[in-house]
Design a protein around this ligand. Structure first.
Ligand SMILES: [Zn+2]
Ligand SMILES: [Zn+2]
Length: 387
């Protein structure tokens, strides 16, 4: 009467892999089914997986296989614990009974644990007893449900009947007969023998190798998940940095143009030319408290402009040209004499100063000109990635 649920670990490993193979085959079948992409003259037009999404299938299956493997040992441990619990339940219930007829101790002939997966129902142990003295039988469950079986007697002479059990491939037959007279029961009990036919799965090992990762592959998968996590953190870090959030002063400072003195001169000369200021000249640049300061002079070729109008026009033009740069005109330095304007320009690389500058110029929350935008990352193929 050996009755154990817990089996060798290899049994559960095989079972888990069988489920994996079945599920893998099912998924592959779904992916490989041609997709109806439209109808043409009542005919279905389909396309197959190769042209549709083979890359996506591989991607999906990679994570599916990895996750199946990742959950394997946890699931197996859970299954084994469930079976250990069933065995403990079986061992915990010990029922003894005296015969209802003659009060002698009955012999335990069978003990089962009924396992149910129905919600709200409990597993229970069921025992069968037999009285050697008077042939009475009894069935009892751990909930206390009892049923007594009295010995069957011959309807002709009341002798205790004899039961002969015969078994063939299909059935087991319980035939009652009288050992004393010729009576034989006309209704023998026939029970069909159910034998679970084990299907031979010829492709199992081959598919197991395709769908079930081995230890090394499982470890490699976990390592790749960690790498994905790390990459995610890097991307999150880049995204959450105010430098990368459009509209913040930090973002704008990051995108300001920082021309050299030579480039600055060209840029300003071009802008000033358009509004009648010519021959822009720069002196040698000086460094003052970390900033670069350069003296300039320029002529106003428009003779009709007054000194104050000329100064105002010049200042406006320069400020517009320098709006998205790290340069500014030092306001008190500007002078005008006989059509010649003189002053100083200052450029800085100091982030706090530039943040100040951005705020003063009212550039916060304004979109940066497209020409100044730079990609967050450039990938291995040289493609620009904007977050
Ligand atoms: Zn008895
Ligand atoms: Zn008889």
């Amino acid at each position: 009467m050996e009755y154990r649920h817990l089996k060798e670990k290899s049994h559960y490993e095989d079972l888990y892999d069988r489920f994996t193979v079945e599920e893998g085959r099912r998924l592959e079948k779904i992916w490989n089914e041609p997709e109806v992409i439209g109808t043409k003259k009542n005919m279905y037009v389909t396309c197959n997986v190769d042209t549709r999404h083979s890359g996506l299938v591989n991607f999906y299956m990679y994570f599916w296989k990895g996750d199946r493997n990742r959950n394997k040992s946890k699931t197996i441990e859970k299954w084994m614990q469930e079976d250990r619990d069933l065995d403990a339940h079986y061992d915990r219930v010990n029922i003894k009974r005296r015969c209802k007829n003659c009060s002698k101790d009955m012999k335990l002939t069978d003990k089962f644990l009924h396992v149910t997966y129905e919600k709200g129902k409990r597993n229970y142990v069921e025992c069968f007893f037999w009285c050697k003295g008077c042939d009475y039988g009894m069935r009892i469950t751990e909930f206390g449900d009892e049923k007594v079986f009295t010995p069957r007697r011959c309807p002709e002479c009341s002798t205790k009947v004899k039961c002969t059990v015969t078994e063939n491939k299909k059935n087991t037959t319980y035939q009652d007969s009288c050992p004393k007279c010729t009576w034989v029961s006309s209704k023998p009990l026939v029970i069909k023998n159910y034998r679970l036919k084990e299907k031979i799965d010829r492709n199992f090992e081959q598919d197991r190798a395709r769908f079930c990762l081995n230890h090394e592959e499982g470890m490699e998968y976990l390592a790749s998940l960690r790498r994905i996590d790390e990459l995610k953190n890097v991307v999150e870090g880049i995204k959450s940095d105010p430098k990368n959030q459009e509209g913040t002063p930090e973002y704008i400072v990051e995108h300001l143009e920082r021309p050299t003195v030579a480039k600055l001169q060209k840029k300003l000369a071009k802008a000033l030319q358009k509004v009648g200021f010519t021959t822009l000249k720069f002196d040698d640049a000086d460094e003052i408290r970390g900033d670069v300061v350069v003296k300039f002079r320029v002529q106003d070729s428009n003779e009709s402009r007054s000194a104050s109008f000329s100064k105002r026009e010049f200042k406006k033009t320069v400020e517009e040209a320098l709006l998205y740069t790290n340069w500014r005109i030092l306001p008190t330095s500007l002078s005008y004499k006989m059509g010649v304007l003189k002053g100083k320009l200052s450029g800085t690389d100091s982030t706090p100063e530039l943040l100040e500058l951005v705020k003063k110029r009212g550039l916060e929350n304004k979109p940066v000109p497209e020409s100044l935008k730079r990609p967050s990352m450039v990938n291995g193929r040289g493609e620009k990635i904007f977050f």
